[in-house]
Design a protein around this ligand. Structure first.
Ligand code: GLN
Length: 305
């Protein structure tokens, strides 16, 4: 397997020449555009690594399915889906245009920024510190990495420049989707996006989802199966933003990308995959990362469809 992964990284490395690192969060400019790495964790617990798998990057939107799990555990689907819908938008991840035109006025799904901010607004905790602790605790458990933490520079950079998210959050309070201190909610959202990870961390999270919320070693059902099912369904329909349809055809597995360059996949009952390639296409997905996943999916017949 490791040989295959190395071969796929070499075969697709030239794609890192295309696209660009995200710059709208100034600190993300420092990412290495040439990096391409992959880690696969299979159901037996074997770990396979290739390319620049040691590259660190911030999790960004890959955090959205995980905070969604926490909100679903805290409140159950009925309450969560009053705040956020279940439909793909066909719009960019940071778009605000449908927020005002749909009825009822609420974000269409929890994988776009507006939806994830609505989810962040209902995470339980007496203050932001406790809420962030709960988020980190879940991330650390399912990534099997007790040292996960936020990248302070990326967090501060986004907090300073995140006016589009700020605008959407204030709008969401105006229409009654979120309540309370908007800046505190945004702060939590910016922090969840700034958690620093490697491919291995997100591959473990993918494997956890692929294993229906059960921690393999202990057999513990850490997140209810129906919740992981909801989350994986969103990953298929909305996980790659407005490229989710094409990705479903070309790769065919539940996946979530982030503007840090990462992509996390959960191949049900088989494996979790973490990929990094910070050069992004116009929709915010890693170009080389998607290409490696396309190759891997064909080699191992991973499509769930
Ligand atoms: N923190 C980023 C934002 O809010 C996450 C976006 C992403 O990864 N697509 O813009």
């Amino acid at each position: 397997m490791e040989l295959l992964l190395s071969e796929l990284v070499s075969r697709n490395r030239h794609w890192t020449n295309f696209g660009n690192v995200a710059t709208y969060i100034p600190e993300l400019k420092n990412a290495n555009k040439d990096a391409l790495g992959i880690v696969v964790v299979d159901i037996e617990g074997n770990i396979y690594k290739a390319g620049d798998y040691e590259t660190k990057f911030t999790i960004q939107s890959i955090s959205k399915p995980i905070t969604l799990m926490l909100a679903l555990m805290d409140y159950g689907p009925d309450h969560v889906f009053e705040k956020v819908g279940m439909e793909p938008t066909g719009d960019p991840f940071n778009s605000m245009r449908k927020l005002e035109t749909i009825n009822p006025s609420r974000p269409l799904n929890p994988m776009i920024n507006a939806g994830a901010i609505a989810v962040a607004s209902i995470i339980r905790g007496k203050d932001n510190e406790e809420k962030m602790d709960r988020i980190l605790q879940l991330f650390r458990k399912i990534s099997k990495n007790p040292n996960l933490n936020i990248n302070e520079n990326v967090y501060l950079s986004e907090k300073k420049t995140g006016d589009r998210n700020r605008a959407m959050a204030y709008f969401l309070r105006d229409v009654g989707i979120i309540e309370g201190d908007v800046e505190a909610i945004l702060d939590l959202y910016f922090k969840q996006c700034s958690i620093e990870v490697t491919c291995e961390d997100i591959a473990h999270i993918g494997m956890f989802l692929a294993n229906h919320g059960v921690i393999k070693e202990t057999g513990e059902q850490y997140v209810p199966k129906n919740i992981t099912q909801i989350v994986k369904t969103f990953m298929v329909t909305c996980g790659m933003y407005d490229a989710s349809g094409e990705f479903a055809i070309q790769v065919g597995v539940p996946a979530k990308s982030g503007v840090g360059g990462g992509i996390m996949c959960a191949v049900p009952n088989r494996m979790g995959i973490g990929v990094v390639g910070p050069a992004l296409d116009k929709k915010g997905n890693s170009i080389a990362g998607v290409k490696v996943l396309e190759s891997l999916s064909k080699e191992l017949a991973l499509s769930i469809f």
